[in-house]
Design a protein around this ligand. Structure first.
Ligand SMILES: Nc1ncnc2c1ncn2[C@@H]1O[C@H](COP(=O)(O)OP(=O)(O)OP(=O)(O)O)[C@@H](O)[C@H]1O
Ligand SMILES: [Mg+2]
Length: 324
């Protein structure tokens, strides 16, 4: 690789130009020798991504090992991540209308349906969130960051002893008992879908309501028959209201507390495209993991990094970072 085009924060991958002019993103992971933490993520990313190919998944172009450092090389995504362009600061935000939000939501749903149902063996991503949805030059979404992903064998329930993911996107049954299924990702997708439509982060803080979770807000508006109040004002007035109502309802269906009631991802896709009518479908209360300290005290499973980081969210409007 030739020239360094850009360096951002230490965590953000470098954009490099190869000799033949292709721009790639290089992500560096440092391996902690005691826990081998970076190593597991590195191997998981390579194993998972080498076997997958879908328009809505990021492409791994190569990898490299240098001492304790591991490098992963991807196609460079010109429009960064959803977290940046939808929820980031004013200088990064793009004024997204209804159409791109619709296309991004559907793309992510299709990428997940592929992982869950077409990929053999099936894959659970475990860390679906706005910063892990990258966008290429045409705003086509690419699910990225497979470091926490798990392979699921048919009819086997995976019980994790080490819960990983991001607060606000974590399905309650997974956070509480470590029960990992494809519905864990469906929950996170539901939360993400509500973020895409509303332009709001999973948790908000304001003086009037204090800390408020997006799923809670969406549920209250749904119950009050005012669901369209959730649509991001940036979208303007000219959007298809019926479709927006449907998208928010799909978000709520995916985020239901009872995992069994959440649709499979391929069904969620058909609900979004209106191939499955959800007009009269009953939606039950969303699940919410808002207080990990209490969960930790009440359960046998330990969540060391989750609980230690939970307090840093309290006054933050930006999306919380990953815990693993
Ligand atoms: N292939 C890529 N092309 C362009 N930008 C990228 C690419 N991969 C990652 N990024 C940018 O770098 C950011 C950091 O990525 P990274 O996956 O290391 O961390 P993160 O998603 O922010 O946090 P977490 O570690 O919790 O997943 C992404 O959110 C995105 O903005
Ligand atoms: Mg990431």
């Amino acid at each position: 690789m030739d020239s360094l085009l850009q360096t951002r924060s230490e965590k953000v991958p470098l954009a490099l130009s190869t000799r033949n002019g292709i721009v790639v993103a290089v992500k560096m992971l440092s391996v902690e020798l005691e826990s081998m933490r970076g190593e597991r993520e590195f191997v998981s990313e390579i194993i998972t991504l080498s076997n997958l190919k879908h328009e809505n998944l990021v492409t791994l172009k190569g990898c490299c090992v240098d001492g304790a450092n591991r490098f992963l090389v991807y196609n460079y995504m010109e429009n960064n991540s959803l977290a940046q362009i939808l929820l980031g600061g004013e200088q990064n935000r793009i004024k997204l209308g209804w159409e791109p939000r619709r296309a991004i939501s559907l793309g992510v749903a299709r990428g997940l349906a592929y992982l869950h149902e077409e990929a053999k063996p099936h894959i659970v991503h475990r860390d679906i969130k706005a910063s892990n949805i990258l966008l290429d030059q045409n705003l086509i979404p690419k699910v990225s960051d497979f470091g926490l992903s798990r392979i699921l064998r048919d009819n086997v329930t995976h019980i994790s002893t080490h819960v990983a993911g991001t607060l606000g996107y974590l399905a309650p049954e997974y956070a509480i008992s470590g029960r990992l299924t494809r519905k864990t990702d469906v929950y996170s997708f539901g939360v993400l879908l509500l973020e895409i439509i509303s332009g709001q982060t999973v948790v908000n803080y304001d003086l009037e309501h204090g800390e408020r979770y997006l799923v809670q807000k969406a549920w209250e508006l749904y119950r009050a028959n005012s669901i369209l109040q959730l649509v991001d004002p940036i979208v303007g007035m000219n959007y298809p209201e019926e479709e927006a109502v449907r998208f928010i309802k799909v978000g709520l269906l995916c985020a239901q507390e009872t995992a069994k009631l959440r649709p499979e991802m391929s069904r969620a896709v058909r609900m979004l495209t209106n191939d499955i009518d959800i007009e009269g479908v009953q939606i039950s209360q969303p699940g919410l993991v808002s207080d990990l300290m209490n969960i930790k005290l009440g359960q046998k499973t330990t969540f060391p990094s989750i609980s230690s980081k939970a307090s840093s969210m309290e006054s933050s409007r930006s999306p919380p970072s990953s815990y693993s």
